[in-house]
Design a protein around this ligand. Structure first.
Ligand SMILES: NC(=O)c1ccc[n+]([C@@H]2O[C@H](COP(=O)([O-])OP(=O)(O)OC[C@H]3O[C@@H](n4cnc5c(N)ncnc54)[C@H](OP(=O)(O)O)[C@@H]3O)[C@@H](O)[C@H]2O)c1
Length: 329
């Protein structure tokens, strides 16, 4: 029998427990070319909230009654595909379920031993690829420049910050609460702003009097608008996400301070990580090496049980998560 987390209804505002249904169902027989995977870890990502809306963005929305789309890692337990054998470990969009039947397309074999399999959902997976390519390919940071990161204590934010430090930049993070801010300083961030306690605009005036060269924004809304006021000449703004807006996309708060892009001769650009898929192996190698050299540190928060999936997703929006959120099946 399979346990699956299904989309029961579309959220209207904040994602609610009632929007999900946890269902038991029989696992169908494999067809030629298919692979049966026992999922061990399921990733909780902000993007899932967007996929719960109707319609297509860069990817189709999840159908009502469909399995919640999410990244997962698991072990092949049966295979009618010659490229995958029982005992292989794989990562992909396997869904929020205990067992997944997958085709080869989009499935990546992972090596087990040196790193925990769950790391392929975070520091060796999609969020880290977002940080790597968002910063390096879109932000083009130069040694000595100041990098501002919102949503800095999350898996994307901490990875961006640590890579920026490796590249010789000065790194400023914005996060909610003292505990997260202290953690960022421990990772080597040069300065932090607790947006829940401090005035972000005033703190940026103090910390970045010469302005910000790369603004990596995960949050959107007011924090994005405030950050724009502090751009240095020739700055690059990378729009990675807008977590402050995901629960009310119909009334999204736009930017008011966009004329700063003109006076600063700045560039504002978006990133979708999937565009860089062909370059993932090179980025994975480099990040693995930085982990070995202790230049990148990683924190996970593991929650037991698929039945806790809905609550875990809510935690992303309250900031209760601390470290990459993963469900252990
Ligand atoms: N473009 C792409 O291809 C791509 C790929 C992956 C991820 N992303 C985006 O990257 C961003 C970070 O993802 P992640 O996986 O690293 O998540 P995360 O940062 O680990 O978790 C979300 C964090 O967002 C913060 N937050 C929630 N509501 C907020 C609000 N109203 N205002 C300010 N901060 C708020 C909370 O931190 P605090 O406690 O500090 O408030 C929370 O811990 C998201 O926007 C995500 O959608 C984009």
């Amino acid at each position: 029998m399979n346990t699956q987390v299904l989309l029961k209804s579309r959220p209207n505002g904040m994602v609610e427990i009632d929007n999900f249904e946890i269902k038991q169902s029989e696992i169908p027989a494999l067809q030629e070319g298919q692979i049966l995977i026992r999922n061990h870890f399921i990733s909780i990502d902000p993007a899932i909230r967007g996929w719960m809306n109707a319609g297509r963005t860069y990817i189709d929305g999840i159908e009502i009654g469909g399995v919640i789309r999410s990244f997962a890692v698991g072990e092949v337990i049966d295979s009618l595909n010659t490229n995958f054998s029982i005992g292989d470990w794989v990562e992909g969009l396997l869904g929020a379920q205990a067992y997944a039947i997958a085709e080869e397309k989009g499935l990546k074999k992972i090596s087990i031993g040196e790193f925990s399999p769950s790391w392929y959902l975070g520091i060796l997976g999609m969020p880290a690829m977002t940080a790597y390519f968002g910063l390096l390919a879109k932000g083009n940071p130069q040694e000595g420049e100041t990098i501002l990161i919102s949503g800095a204590a999350g898996v994307v934010g901490t990875t961006v910050g640590q890579i920026a430090k490796i590249k010789g930049c000065r790194v400023v993070g914005i996060a909610g609460g003292q505990q997260k801010c202290q953690y960022l300083l421990g990772l080597g961030f040069d300065a932090v702003i607790d947006y829940k306690q401090e005035n972000v605009h005033e703190r940026l005036q103090e910390i970045c009097p010469q302005g910000v060269h790369v603004f990596f924004d995960n949050v959107g809304g007011e924090i994005l608008d405030t950050g724009l006021l502090h751009l240095a000449r020739g700055a690059r703004v990378v729009i990675c996400g807008a977590i402050s807006q995901y629960n009310d996309m119909a009334n999204i708060r736009g930017i008011k301070n966009y004329m700063k892009l003109v006076t600063a001769r700045a560039n504002l650009t978006g990133i979708i990580v999937f565009d860089f898929q062909s370059q993932y192996p090179q980025a994975m190698n480099e990040i693995s090496q930085w982990i070995r050299e202790d230049k990148i540190k990683y924190k996970e928060q593991i929650i037991n049980g698929l039945e806790n999936f809905p609550k875990a997703l809510q935690m992303l929006f309250s900031g209760e998560n601390f470290g990459k959120l993963v469900i252990k099946v």
